[in-house]
Ligand binder design. Structure first.
Ligand SMILES: Cc1ncc(COP(=O)(O)O)c(C=O)c1O
Length: 392
């Protein structure tokens, strides 16, 4: 794959590239925000979709046995996780699946715990469904984020927490949780009868020597208590096809979960999503290996750039993901002024850190899943603006 290739995404109804007016962002801002990539997907996916498009009939369909085998194969090969066909529910996206979990397993007023700064739709769903949001904020020390386990357990006990939504790897801070951290969280949840919803959508983006551990696969009894949310969408740039896989081995939980989608008449997955996911999981191993290396190079290039030209801006060294969490606090700007500076002077459209919780004040999330020349352009725009404003 040639990840250096510039793909013109303008005028494709891309939220990232064409969403400026809708999101009230100046037209000339370079988009490095929402989590999709500027790379083309695996060639075999394009072939499979083309062949499906040529069929000309797009009626109701169910998941084929081959589809399930592809998902099972990927989890086994890439994550050493053995799952069964009966455990898989196809769903129209991970955010939708989180919402469905909240609807299936909690009631209004029930406490649901998350760890901010974290992917903001977690909070949105909890709040919209009138559940009580409990935040065990991550602890940042010397550029590294960790978990306050004592607070984790206290909050569970004090609030009778019913559900914990884990983000693993963690968006936006880039942590790939260790086996020890994961087992500590899971053991505490199980001890206090807290159901775990583990959003592992970024599972395929991990930089060596770190390793992603599927939580449900760590100990035999975990899978009874964990609902795992996965998707091919981030890994292969298929978000527009709206398909994810929810994996639940506990039949009682699975029945309750599936009932939510049955009620909404959202049964089997989207045909194009199924075909694309199957092809991606069957043929995408090399693509992912090469892409993760490319992303790591982008990360190193960005880090070296800040260190050389503006050491006041610091990257929280990510262990995975293609989203980097950047600490701009050294510039001494108020959050509003930082945002203004980035949009109006540097002409960059990033994700403002506070979107992920007040813990994100002074931070920005930058999407580096783009060709090197795009990243260089962004960094040079930033540097010129910093110099113009005497900020570095
Ligand atoms: C942690 C996390 N979960 C879920 C999603 C979105 O998933 P979907 O598009 O399948 O709803 C994202 C997208 O950035 C994400 O970062």
């Amino acid at each position: 794959m040639n990840f250096n290739k510039i793909n013109n995404r303008k005028n494709t109804n891309s939220i990232k590239w064409d969403g400026h007016e809708k999101m009230n962002v100046p037209q000339d801002c370079l988009p490095m925000w929402v989590a999709d990539m500027d790379f083309q997907t695996v060639p075999q996916v394009i072939e499979a979709l083309t062949s499906l498009a040529q069929r000309g009939i797009y009626g109701y369909e169910f998941e084929s046995n081959e589809y399930f085998q592809s998902v099972i194969g990927w989890m086994q090969r890439r994550h050493q996780w053995n799952i069964k066909k009966e455990w898989i529910s196809t769903t129209p996206g991970v955010v939708s699946a989180i919402h469905a979990c909240l609807m299936a397993f909690t009631q209004p007023g029930d406490a649901v715990m998350i760890q901010k700064p974290v992917y903001h739709p977690f909070s949105n769903s909890i709040n919209r469904l009138n559940r009580k949001l409990i935040n065990n904020a991550l602890v940042e020390k010397d550029g590294h984020y960790g978990i306050d386990f004592e607070n984790f357990e206290n909050l569970i006990m004090q609030n009778h927490v019913k559900m914990f939504i884990l983000c693993s790897p963690h968006n936006p801070v880039g942590r790939v949780w260790t086996e020890e951290e994961l087992t500590r969280m899971a053991d505490l949840c199980i001890r206090h009868q807290v159901l775990i919803v583990s959003d592992e959508i970024h599972m395929d983006f991990v930089f060596k020597p770190h390793r992603h551990h599927v939580l449900a696969g760590l100990k035999d009894h975990y899978q009874e208590h964990v609902i795992t949310l996965t998707a091919s969408s981030k890994t292969f740039n298929l978000a527009g096809l709206k398909l994810s896989n929810t994996i639940i081995s506990n039949p009682a939980l699975k029945r309750k979960y599936d009932a939510v989608y049955d009620d909404l008449s959202v049964h089997a997955g989207h045909t194009f999503g199924l075909v694309a996911t199957q092809a991606a999981y069957d043929h995408g191993d090399r693509y992912v290996d090469e892409m993760v290396e490319y992303l790591h190079d982008n990360l190193q290039m960005t880090d070296a750039f800040f260190k050389e030209h503006c050491p006041k801006i610091k990257i929280i060294q990510p262990q995975g993901l293609y989203l980097i969490w950047v600490d701009f606090r050294g510039l001494g700007l108020k959050q509003r002024d930082l945002k203004e500076f980035l949009l109006k002077k540097a002409k960059l459209w990033l994700n403002d850190g506070v979107v992920f919780g007040k813990e994100g004040e002074g931070f920005q999330r930058i999407n580096i899943a783009a060709p090197k020349t795009t990243i260089e352009k962004a960094l040079n725009q930033l540097l010129s603006a910093l110099k113009e404003e005497n900020l570095c």
